[in-house]
Design a protein around this ligand. Structure first.
Ligand code: NAI
Ligand code: MG
Length: 368
């Protein structure tokens, strides 16, 4: 096998700061695990706009299509707030997702024991939580036509359209079932088939894909509103949840907060398999560019580091190494290491971004 290729797009604000720590981890795998990556780095977001007048240069887009995986920091910041919509930093990210056709957004919600008291829920409800929300990312109400604000009978009407085709549901369902096979073998599909035709079709297609190809996986269905309640009441009943773009946006944010800080949350967006069998893939922390703390060494690099762990697992078939990295993070937290966002009322001295990265490298060394 040739050396796997990785395109790194640090972006704006704390993006480059947290990515520096990921780079240490990537270098560690090359040096200590004989797992080198062919890394190239480029611009996305506001910094790309500053240099090229566009938040994503065509050359960068082309490169993203060729590599085995893209790892992105964060984009945006107040400096770019007044830019025209068409060149806003976020447009760079949206272009990547759209042109790479990344239809399955994987959002894990995992609660490290050491941080269980950070959750707004009781420790026993969230400690040990490890669920995965698979959100359809390229269709549904955010894209459906007709859309817009129109005049009708003398007043204005805002319109969006929820629209799903069988093939769009089919492919994201398969992604969820494949994941479940590598986890605890359970999928819960969420829609509102009680009030939405697109939900009826969603349930039909998921049921069919399951019966035809994934009968070994346990499938259940839930209305998305009931699912929201169950996520708060007893989140550990779930393993993989698959849902549409809108419900997935909301449910994944809610699930994320079960686990505490935004600085801890990774994500992956996967598309169709490439010629080499690997899925098109973009990995990024859930958080943004955090302008309020940028440049101060206060950013928590764990979300971005855990995004690289997801890349190891889902793009590079290195599940054991992904687990090693996640365990290193867990060990560091269990040892009391905290960036400022993870400081509880008991206080203490927080680590800087770089110190947290170094602590994780030390834990990786200790794992050998
Ligand atoms: P944000 O996620 O950047 O920050 C929200 C709050 O969480 C802030 O108080 C921030 O300091 C804190 N925070 C975020 N990440 C952290 C980390 N790793 N460690 C410690 N604390 C962390 O969201 P916000 O403030 O709404 O947006 C700021 C900018 O980021 C905006 O320009 C927005 O458009 C952009 N953004 C970009 C995203 C992306 O690149 N995927 C996603 C969300 C927002
Ligand atoms: Mg959201």
């Amino acid at each position: 096998m040739s050396t796997p290729s990785l395109l790194i797009l640090p972006g704006d604000g704390i993006g480059p700061e947290v990515m520096d720590e990921v780079t240490k981890v990537i270098d560690w795998y090359g040096a200590k695990r004989d797992l080198p990556f062919d890394v190239s780095t480029d611009l996305v977001g506001g910094c790309a706009y500053d240099k090229h007048g566009t938040p994503l240069h065509d050359d960068t887009m082309a490169k993203a299509q060729e590599v085995d995986a893209v790892l992105l920091g964060a984009v945006g910041g107040p400096k770019y707030d007044d830019l025209d919509f068409s060149v806003k930093p976020e447009r760079g990210l949206l272009r990547l997702r759209k042109e790479m056709d990344l239809f399955a957004n994987l959002r894990p919600a995992q609660c490290f024991d050491a941080l269980a008291d950070f959750s707004s829920l009781k420790r026993e409800v969230v400690a040990g939580l490890d669920i995965m929300i698979v959100r359809e990312l390229t269709s549904g109400i955010y894209f459906g036509e007709p859309r817009g604000i129109f005049e009708e009978n003398g007043e204005r009407v805002g319109i969006n359209t929820q629209r799903y085709t069988t093939s769009e549901i089919d492919r994201v369902a398969r992604a969820a079932f494949e994941l479940a096979r590598r986890r605890s073998g359970k999928v819960c599909s969420m829609e509102k088939a009680n009030v939405m035709e697109s939900g009826i079709l969603w349930r039909e297609v998921v049921t069919k894909v399951h019966a035809e190809s994934y009968a070994d996986v346990e499938l259940s269905h839930m209305y998305a509103d009931a699912g929201a309640m169950q996520l708060c009441r007893n989140p550990k009943q779930f393993d993989v949840i698959v849902t549409d773009n809108l419900f997935g946006d909301i449910l994944s944010d809610a699930a994320a907060m079960l686990t505490g800080s935004l600085g801890m949350l990774p994500s992956a967006s996967l598309g169709a398999p490439m010629a080499n069998g690997r899925p098109k893939a973009l990995y990024e922390p859930v958080h943004g560019s955090a302008p309020d703390i940028a440049g101060q060494g206060k950013a928590n690099p764990i979300a971005c580091i855990l995004s690289f762990a997801m890349a190891l697992r889902y793009s590079f078939d290195q599940g054991d190494e992904a687990t090693r990295l996640e365990s290193a993070v867990e060990a560091v937290l269990a040892g009391g290491a905290r960036t400022p966002d993870l400081m509880g009322p008991e206080g203490g001295t927080p680590l800087t971004t770089a110190q947290m990265g170094d602590a994780i490298i030390k834990a990786l060394d200790a794992s050998l």
